[in-house]
Design a protein around this ligand. Structure first.
Ligand code: NFS
Ligand code: SF4
Length: 685
């Protein structure tokens, strides 16, 4: 059953369609609420049971006890002024016709279309603001570090700095790295507050894409400007044309993917090092019974970077020993985890839905958080154990937590102070400790540069071999499987089922965020996982020595996927725009507004993007049709929604096959044995 049957088509078959719609709602609910498994991860299940036995409330328990509001879920509620909240839900019973539904308006006259589109734009704005604020903070620290105003941070990737300087037209000459970095940082900093013109990295997109954006007038002017304008447009009584609202949604999202997120990734790489393949482990079993366990959770990497440095300091290790601990065990949670995993091989304790459960082990001395995806529930859980919940950023304070403001100007000292607080807490660890004996090996750190190098080799680094393997059919296509966990669906279940199905069908999977951790837990991020892949993909993985599922970083690093896709276009043979590539984006367990911003910048960049779990505009057929169908005619990419992972896999594969056909490489799959000859033929063209 598909989303398109959600609405009644005409008055005549209204009753029948109503049945279909109701049963789809039931199907989604069934998948979500009566999910056979709350989680497929044994460590998670063990800790949910421990929490329940100890009377500790977690997100899993709250999800079982509170249903989502059905009106809000479909995007049919508006609270943008004090005459509301107004509700314009789809018909809930057979007596009400769709026509009557169309007559339902907010007090100001706002239609279901306007209300759904305004809500959607606000989500994009919130996501873009989050990545933008992350990027702004990185840029500030980058400039201050280059000016020598803060200790502990230095330029780690000189080559990337010089490349970026060349790209931006910053003079290199015989200037120092620091002088160059100041100019690079200050130039990119202007993108946040720019009022007119175009964002710097827009020029990185394929030429055809840039022209399309200019023609559509969706090129972002400034990151903050687009977010502010989104808030203005969605204020009561402002933009009330859903197409106009969604066009600004496209522009705002591009200010994320090709703006805030891309700036953050580039400057983090220069400052902390561009990720290269690193071996590590994932899941709650990385916590240690006889060491001081510190879990660093959130998104911006500087606190984590400093803790990584401080944890190796002999003075700190000695201090831990003086308290009876065998060492300091630093582990990560959510995207901060991805950042320090990729750059230092620091193990991951878990993904989004495991944050409370890490504390439930009773073995965590401190959970140190920065910004984003940090559940308020942590404070209450921490209260039930000895764990200190430490907030470090003025933008994320939590009642009941200890606030230790991280001061970048005294970064090393700040890091040590936080660590000392954790070590001091070691002696308070109670008897009630249980660390699940579950952890899995993984390889992470496949940055765009690494893929370039691994597939192309040192002397001819390029995407040519990837393109060739797609053209000859060994690799059917590429799927970016990204995003969160969502307590309304089986934890990790949707990601893992989907990804296994994709690699079995020769789809190379690139992952970021909590999705990457889900698949890592099930052993898909090691080269040996090639055995789960189809014959073609397996042969490529074995030849190059890579896993069939590549960990590309944190969610902010979805911008790396844009760069990788652009490189594939530029290398030739797969069309002249991102929308020509046999590639799809999926966020099957999404929950965060950042995911919507990311999804929209994928779509606006020409990518077919499928979300699972739930969809926030189903209350309006027009808006949803626009996103799911019409957008393709405008941007070359479109949205789709499907909660069932096997059906998502089918949709991904069908789309890839359609793109292959359009490129004229669909026959290549059958002719895989003749690929040398085919290559020669291709060479003649
Ligand atoms: Ni992305 Fe990463 Fe995870 Fe979702 Fe949250 S941690 S930024 S938003 S939940 S993937
Ligand atoms: Fe209701 Fe309109 Fe106010 Fe929204 S803006 S709450 S629809 S009156």
């Amino acid at each position: 059953m598909s989303w398109s049957l959600w609405w009644a088509r005409s008055e005549r078959d209204r009753e029948q369609q109503f049945e279909i719609r109701s049963s789809l709602i039931k199907e989604v609910r069934k998948l979500a609420e009566q999910k056979k498994v709350v989680s497929i991860d044994p460590a998670t299940i063990e800790m949910i049971e421990k929490a329940a036995a100890e009377g500790v409330s977690t997100v899993f328990e709250r999800a079982a006890n509170m249903r989502p509001c059905p009106i809000g879920e479909e995007g049919s509620c508006c609270a943008h002024c004090a005459m509301g909240p107004c509700r314009v839900p789809l018909p809930r019973n057979k007596e009400e016709t769709l026509e009557e539904h169309h007559k339902r308006k907010g007090l100001c006259g706002a239609t279901a279309e306007t209300i759904a589109a305004r809500g959607f734009l606000r989500k994009i704005a919130a996501g873009t603001a989050s990545h933008g604020d992350h990027g702004r903070e990185v840029t500030k620290i980058f400039i201050e570090a280059a000016k020598g105003e803060i200790e502990g941070f230095e330029i780690k990737d000189e080559q990337k700095l010089l490349q970026l300087a060349l790209e931006l037209g910053v003079e290199i000459g015989d200037r120092t790295n620091e002088e160059i970095a100041i100019d690079v940082g200050e130039l990119l900093q202007q993108d946040f507050g720019r009022q007119e013109g175009e964002l710097t990295f827009i020029k990185r997109a394929p030429l055809k894409r840039q022209e399309l954006w200019r023609k559509l007038d969706v090129v972002p002017r400034g990151i903050d400007r687009e977010v502010a304008e989104a808030m203005h447009r969605t204020h009561m009584g402002c933009d009330q044309d859903y197409k106009s609202l969604l066009a600004h949604g496209a522009r705002t999202s591009l200010a994320d993917g090709w703006g805030g997120a891309m700036i953050a990734t580039e400057l983090q790489d220069i400052l902390f090092g561009t990720p290269a393949p690193a071996a590590s482990q994932v899941n709650l079993g990385v916590l240690k019974a006889d060491e001081v366990n510190v879990v660093i959770h959130g998104h911006e990497p500087y606190v984590a970077e400093m803790l990584a440095v401080a944890a190796q300091d002999p003075e700190m290790i000695a201090y831990a020993a003086s308290k009876g601990a065998k060492g300091i065990n630093l582990t990560g949670m959510c995207c901060t985890a991805n950042e320090i995993l990729m750059r230092h091989g620091i193990p991951i304790a878990g993904n989004f839905l495991q944050q409370e459960l890490a504390i439930v082990t009773g073995a965590v001395e401190a959970m140190v958080v920065d910004v984003q995806c940090i559940m308020q529930g942590l404070a209450e859980v921490a209260n039930c154990y000895h764990t200190k919940l430490i907030t470090t950023d003025a933008r994320t304070k939590i009642e009941g937590a200890i606030h230790m403001q991280f001061d970048a100007h005294k970064a090393v000292e700040s890091g040590k102070e936080i660590l000392r607080a954790a070590i001091d807490n070691y002696s308070n660890r109670g008897e009630n400790v249980r660390i699940p004996d579950v952890k899995t090996d993984l390889i992470a750190g496949f940055s765009h540069e690494t893929i370039n190098y691994l597939l192309g080799g040192l002397f001819r680094a390029s995407y040519r071999p990837l393109n060739d393997n797609i053209i000859n059919g060994r690799i059917r296509g590429v799927a970016g499987v990204v995003g969160c966990n969502n307590a309304r669906v089986g934890h990790d279940d949707v990601h893992v089922t989907l990804v296994k199905e994709l690699i079995k069908n020769d789809v190379l999977v690139i992952e970021t965020g909590c999705a990457a951790m889900a698949c890592a837990k099930f052993g898909l991020l090691v080269p040996e996982a090639a055995e789960f892949a189809g014959e073609g993909l397996r042969s490529v993985c074995e030849a190059v020595g890579i896993p069939p599922v590549l960990h590309m970083g944190a969610c902010i690093d979805n911008s790396r996927i844009l760069i990788a896709a652009t490189s594939m276009v530029k290398d030739g043979g797969l069309g002249d725009d991102i929308s020509d590539l046999p590639a799809v984006g999926v966020a099957a367990e999404w929950m965060s507004e950042k995911a919507i911003a990311i999804g929209q910048y994928f779509v606006s960049s020409g990518v077919y993007t499928i979300f699972g779990a739930t969809w926030p505009t189903l209350g309006s057929k027009e808006v949803t049709d626009y996103l799911f169908k019409e957008m393709e005619g405008i941007y070359g990419g479109k949205w789709d929604f499907e909660p069932d992972p096997l059906k998502i896999a089918e949709m991904v594969i069908n789309h890839i096959d359609e793109k292959r056909k359009a490129l004229g490489i669909d026959k290549a799959r059958e002719r895989v044995l003749y690929d040398m000859e085919m290559r020669r033929e291709l060479g003649k063209v």
